[in-house]
Ligand binder design. Structure first.
Ligand code: ADP
Ligand code: ZN
Length: 828
């Protein structure tokens, strides 16, 4: 292309006038835009810019690089507008995002979308306006005329409005038609969604700074009694203080807004608007508890570990006071002027833990999780990036690892074994614990992983000396761990000692507790809808011959299948273990238990806690509060119950059926069962009286249940590790899952086979599948899945590069382009 003089082209080449931006869309590459010289003076890495994209879209993008290299493949468009003066993303955060994108094999745009509160991403709305000079209405076709006519009545229309008027989706052709006939103009309107909340303060205008002038003023106001009254009230509120007063306090005294306005106009009062952060707390700060000798020892050991290693695992039994230790470490980090990230599973972020920490740290804590509003999240973001005093500690769920920390000193990942730290859908499919470790690394911060039941992979890392390890084996005040007994319900069924799902033993324990006015927690797990077939006589679930998992029932072809290796067989008529014809695919859930309880204990107050009963921002908290206030005697729930609840009056925990956990078709089923059982047991007897736990099972001799009763984590770990060794599962290999989806089964099947073959070429027999998952079709799309087990001796980066190459060539095959490909790294 020719420009006005070659000199200027030469000159432009040297100037820095291109930027690469991250767009909030799942495209792998960055896009280059042109900026003017004037703009080059303002643009900074990490600021937002509005850029045109495609035919009519405008996106908010983040400046990632600034450079002078013109793109070769396309003509760079000019940016629309710079949106920030200072970066809203920190440099370390960008690095961290890059790590996530590369490790989890997703685009930076995916990470951007997951990170930025929606309010930061501008809405782009195309506005259609009438061209007043246009007259030749006869050239318009019917649709075009309809729109033109609508514009007679409304000055502007959004694309959405046009869709409504024409009552169909594909309206862009009509808009383009109108445009080419010059009947309309289009405009992009950009607006920000986030509106900060302001509070108005009143103070005396500088005019009246001196005592004399003030007296003069009050005398002068004698003819305006209402204004005089306002002044007197104002002084009363000031209390001789220097600080301005809240305008609303004056209004509360019955002074009207118009009187205040008059006084402002007279320059007696001065109004200042101050942004009020929406999330604010009234707290009186208390000193942190003194650690007892065991806690102090653990604390010192952690410090010792941190002098040599970046990551430390704190393996402390339930109620040992881990939170107290965290508090001490946090206080110390704050003293060094550094920020703290305290990660918790979403569901554990209750008022209980928030209040507890606010007692110690007051306003320095900001909370960040998905039930908070967009505006609240924007505030946390802004406080962090400006290193404000209000955001010294971030208490948050998974997504808070994506926040703009400026000066991070410590990361705590509490309940590190929790699966909810992993995001499965949508991309980025990151694990918050592992991402937090990387975040810590980039900030040169320390990372503490805490759990009573560490995940096998974390414990493995500690054993390998990759992480430091500190143990805390005493409960606070030496409260005993609960007494756990296993109830053999196979036997109870045989002897007819069951009432519904309750054994006579569990019922007896419940009666005893209720007689003492103590509270009970009942745990019934009902996970997902993976149907397990289980024999109602012996409780055995058919297993896969190749993998250590239960087979899943596929109703439509009456088949049992393995999710991991694709093994399948028809559903046997009799149980392979006891040979009774009692294979049964029915499960039972919390709702059923609640009904039974109402019949068994008509005079007690029963409540249920699961996803259905805890919707809304406060649903969960309300339920917990009324349990705490003893308005509920028996609480029935799913694994929501296991998370860090601390109720002094609960002396009995009942597990209705441990088998469906044990038989869950997942290589981690045993590990999970151990964790859940121990965690839920930890809810019993957190005060002086020793708690009781009754676990009902068809198979009480199962080694995992035995390990639960003896709190034998070490043996559980060894067993699990051996199995994973044998069957090639993490932490001994890495798992990458590739999922393909398309509405045409034949297409997705062919695509999956192609992908499978290509992967086998690179990874050989480490590739399992393609297989159809138990739910083979979701939302009208057929699904195929391939699992790759990457051995530890091959560099991960290299393997992923190879997978990426295969994905790229897959995309270039026209037939497969419409097939959706999902890559999930560490898909467990
Ligand atoms: P964990 O997190 O290990 O389950 P917590 O930190 O919740 O244990 O402690 C259990 C209970 O004991 C809490 O109510 C806590 O306030 C109390 N507690 C633990 N350590 C102390 C301490 N050093 N001083 C006072 N109270 C403590
Ligand atoms: Zn299998």
């Amino acid at each position: 292309m020719l420009r006005a003089g070659s000199f200027s082209i030469y000159f432009k080449k040297l100037a820095i006038n291109f930027i690469n931006v991250i767009l909030p869309i799942p495209l792998q590459k960055l896009f280059t835009y042109r900026i003017t010289e004037a703009e080059a003076g303002f643009v900074k890495i990490g600021t937002r810019v509005a850029v045109p994209f495609g035919k009519s879209k405008i996106y908010t993008a983040i400046v990632f690089e600034i450079h002078s290299e013109e793109p070769k493949a396309y003509e760079a468009k000019e940016i629309f507008q710079i949106l920030d003066e200072t970066p809203i993303i920190s440099m370390i955060q960008l690095k961290h995002w890059q790590w996530i994108a590369s490790y989890y094999m997703c685009s930076l745009g995916d990470v951007l979308r997951a990170s930025l509160p929606k309010a930061f991403l501008l809405e782009s709305e195309t506005l259609v306006l009438k061209n007043a000079a246009f007259e030749e209405v006869s050239v318009l076709n019917d649709d075009e005329f309809l729109i033109w006519e609508a514009l007679e009545h409304q000055s502007k229309l959004k694309i959405q409005d046009i869709i409504k008027i024409l009552d169909r989706k594909g309206v862009l052709a009509v808009v383009n038609g109108l445009l080419s006939k010059e009947a309309i103009e289009v405009k992009e309107e950009i607006y920000e969604q986030y509106k900060p909340k302001f509070v108005k303060y009143l103070d005396l205008h500088a005019n009246y700074a001196s005592e004399d002038r003030l007296h003069g003023l009050l005398d002068g106001l004698s003819k305006a009694p209402k204004q005089r009254e306002a002044m007197l009230n104002f002084f009363q509120l000031k209390h001789g203080n220097d600080d301005p007063i809240l305008m609303k306090d004056l209004l509360k005294k019955g002074i009207t807004a118009s009187i205040i306005k008059a006084l402002v106009q007279k320059e007696v009062f001065e109004v200042t608007q101050v942004r009020e952060d929406r999330v604010s707390f009234d707290t009186d700060i208390q000193p942190i508890h003194q650690l007892n000798e065991h806690q102090l020892k653990a604390y010192d050991e952690i410090k010792e570990v941190f002098s040599q290693k970046e990551v430390c695992l704190l393996h402390g039994i339930t109620s040992s006071g881990k939170t107290e230790i965290y508090s001490h470490l946090m206080a110390e980090t704050l003293k060094q002027g550094k920020q703290v990230l305290y990660l918790l599973p979403e569901i554990a972020l209750t008022t209980h833990i928030i209040n507890r920490l606010q007692h110690f740290f007051g306003d320095k804590i900001s909370v960040f999780h998905s039930r908070y509003s967009v505006d609240e999240r924007v505030e946390v973001w802004n406080n962090l990036i400006s290193n404000s005093n209000k955001a010294q500690i971030i208490l948050g769920a998974r997504s808070s690892v994506l926040l703009p920390f400026s000066n991070l000193g410590l990361v705590i990942v509490d309940e590190e074994h929790e699966t909810s730290f992993k995001q499965f859908e949508p991309s980025p499919r990151y694990h918050a614990r592992d991402s937090a470790i990387m975040l810590g690394h980039l900030h040169k911060a320390k990372v503490l992983l805490g759990s009573a039941t560490p995940s096998v992979e974390t414990y493995y890392n500690a054993k390998q000396k990759k992480y430091g390890y500190v143990e805390l084996n005493k409960r606070y005040k030496d409260i005993q761990l609960p007494e756990i007994e296993l109830v053999d319900i196979k036997e109870k069924h045989r002897k007819k000692r069951m009432k519904g799902h309750f054994s006579d033993r569990l019922l007896l324990l419940m009666e005893e507790a209720l007689a003492e006015k103590e509270q009970i927690i009942l745990f019934q797990n009902r996970r997902g809808f993976s149907p397990i077939v289980e024999c109602s006589t012996c409780g055995i679930a058919p297993q896969c011959p190749n993998c250590d998992v239960s087979l899943t029932f596929h109703k439509f072809n009456n088949e049992l299948r393995c999710h991991y290796c694709g093994h399948h067989q028809t559903l046997p008529k009799t149980c392979p273990a006891c040979e009774n014809p009692t294979l049964d695919s029915k499960g039972f859930g919390t709702e059923q238990i609640e009904l039974e309880l109402k019949e068994l204990f008509p005079d007690t107050k029963v409540a249920r806690m699961d996803l259905d009963t805890t919707r809304g921002k406060y649903g969960y908290q309300k339920l917990l509060q009324s349990f705490h206030d003893h308005e509920i005697d028996i609480l029935v729930g799913t694994q929501m119950l296991t998370k860090g609840l601390d109720f002094k009056n609960v002396t009995l925990v009942g597990v209705l059926n441990a088998d469906n956990l044990l038989n869950f078709p997942d290589f981690r089923a045993h590990e999970r069962t151990y964790q859940l059982m121990v965690q839920v047991s930890g809810r019993a007897g957190r005060d002086q009286k020793r708690g009781k736990v009754a676990i009902q099972s068809f198979n009480p001799y199962h080694q995992v249940l035995q390990q639960v009763t003896t709190h034998d984590y070490e043996t559980m770990y060894q067993d699990q590790l051996n199995e994973r060794h044998q069957f090639h599962y993490p932490p001994l290999v890495r798992l990458v899952r590739i999922v393909l989806k398309h509405k045409d089964f034949i297409k997705v099947d062919a695509a999956a086979n192609w992908m499978g073959r290509s992967l086998v070429n690179s990874f050989g027999d480490q590739v399992l599948g393609p297989t159809s998952p138990s739910i083979g079709r979701i939302r009208n799309k057929y699904i195929k899945s391939i699992l790759i087990k990457l051995p530890p001796n091959i560099a991960l980066k290299q393997s992923k590069g190879q997978i990426q190459k295969i994905r790229d060539s897959f995309m270039s095959i026209p037939d497969y382009r419409a097939v959706q490909v999902i890559v999930d790294v560490d898909c467990y």
